[in-house]
Design a protein around this ligand. Structure first.
Ligand SMILES: [Zn+2]
Length: 167
């Protein structure tokens, strides 16, 4: 051990750091360098086009959790062959009631958004493990369809009836 002004340093913890090689062209290299091969230029352009394509930015809703997700991270729910039985939650869902005298009953089918036909990778992985996804609609986040009377509200009206205030 080595003592320096009250601080103990353990010499065995000293690990030398390797610095990267300086990036200067050697005298033997040609400057300016040769242009890139056409195949490399082609790869760069195709990778750029793939990474900036609309499929990378387009989003769609997940039928299980309802979150907007990039299309590249979605799988068609019919072709995924996943068991949706763990999304049946009568205690967290209710059938729509038209009158106050209607009895309160739970939904006996999987609580998914039927307007969406895809499922996100996170939900898909949980369902393949027979586990209810944390943010699934069946996990107490289902509020049902928006009534027609509330679909075309102005912004101020939406704020007045919202359960959560964002500011
Ligand atoms: Zn999801």
């Amino acid at each position: 051990m080595l003592e320096i002004t009250g601080i103990f340093w353990r010499l065995e913890l000293y690990i030398p750091v390797e610095l990267p090689e300086p990036f200067f062209p050697l005298d033997t290299e040609q400057f300016p360098p040769e242009p890139a091969f056409n195949s490399l230029i082609g790869d760069i352009i195709s990778n750029y086009c793939n990474n900036t394509s609309s499929a990378k930015f387009e989003e769609n809703g997940c039928a299980v959790c309802g979150q907007l997700t990039p299309i590249s991270q979605l799988t068609n729910i019919n072709s995924s062959n996943v068991d949706l039985s763990c999304l049946i939650s009568e205690s967290h869902t209710q059938k729509e009631r038209k009158h106050g005298t209607d009895t309160i009953t739970g939904v006996t089918t999987p609580a998914i958004d039927h307007r969406c036909d895809s499922i996100c990778n996170s939900c898909l992985q949980d369902l393949r493990n027979n586990k209810m996804p944390k943010y699934s609609l069946a996990n107490g986040l289902w509020i049902g369809e928006i009534p027609k009377e509330l679909q075309d509200l102005m912004f101020a009206e939406q704020i007045l009836i919202s359960h959560v205030r964002h500011n």
